[in-house]
Design a protein around this ligand. Structure first.
Ligand code: NAP
Length: 227
């Protein structure tokens, strides 16, 4: 499969490495490929500069947001929440078309330091804003409630016995993504929360997720919905 990942941060890098290892053709999208490759230092929370990561992962291509989306069967949004809309706008509605768009982003605003605040909440969400701005895209919100390393390796915690949330308006797209991340990464307990408005809760979960990170001392944790 051709996979376009919008985002050069730790989420983009982690998903790209895992997917490339499974034999997918992965293109990462960025604002300016030359500028991204020229950066000498990592942008936290990424630990390595993108160009060093790229050298270690030569099969992954780097392109503009638009080219990464245009060449893909499936697109993943792994851009910062504050910039997601502008990154998707530069990809463009034509390049995104009616593709499945997996949205792993969170609308976190770090501009006033820690803890971050949510740029949108309660009666709206970033997932909904993206779906509204790109109505043809089949958005599936998922993966945003776990740290990057756990996204691709749920078995690293509690032998994979914990819950991943998912939502979106398109039932076929959700079934495809559910199967894809289940078979691809090993997620066994994927809970469909309904239409895209469930993005509100999935994004508003981040403040408690951040407190749990502080309390546990590591981001390698998750919750399990016990029925
Ligand atoms: N870190 C985690 O473990 C984790 C877990 C779950 C969800 N998430 C969510 O996943 C998303 C990605 O997180 P991350 O830590 O990997 O990366 P990030 O630092 O939040 O975002 C990096 C990406 O955002 C783009 N970007 C930044 N400012 C921009 C602007 N003004 N216009 C267009 N694009 C811009 C960057 O573009 P360039 O490539 O051009 O610099 C880069 O590709 C976030 O929404 C985050 O909340 C993160």
């Amino acid at each position: 499969m051709n996979i376009g990942i919008l985002g050069t941060g730790v989420v983009g890098q982690t998903l790209a490495a895992a997917l490339a290892e499974k034999g997918h053709a992965v293109t990462i999208g960025t604002r300016d490929p030359a500028e991204t490759m020229a950066r000498e230092t990592a942008k936290p929370p990424a630990r390595v500069a993108y160009r060093d990561w790229q050298r270690a992962n030569p099969s992954v291509q780097l392109a503009t947001f638009a080219d990464a989306a245009r060449s893909a069967d499936v697109v993943i949004n792994a851009t910062s929440g504050a910039s997601a809309m502008s990154a998707l706008e530069s990809a463009g509605a034509n390049a995104l078309g009616d593709r499945i768009l997996i949205d792993a982003s969170n609308p976190l605003d770090f501009s006033k330091g820690m803890p971050p605040t949510l740029t949108v909440c309660n009666t709206d969400s970033l997932g909904e804003q993206i779906q509204k701005a790109f109505p043809r895209v089949r958005l599936v919100k998922t993966l945003n409630t776990v740290t990057a390393n756990l996204m691709v390796n749920p078995g690293a915690v509690n032998e994979g016995d914990h819950t991943l949330f998912l939502c979106g308006n398109d039932a076929d797209a959700k079934a495809t993504v559910k199967r894809w991340i289940g078979e691809g990464f090993g997620w066994r307990d994927i809970l469909d929360l309904g239409d895209v408005t469930a993005s509100r809760g999935m994004e508003m979960y981040l403040p408690i997720w951040l407190r749990m990170w502080g309390a546990v001392g590591s981001p390698m944790f998750n919750v399990k919905l016990v029925r």
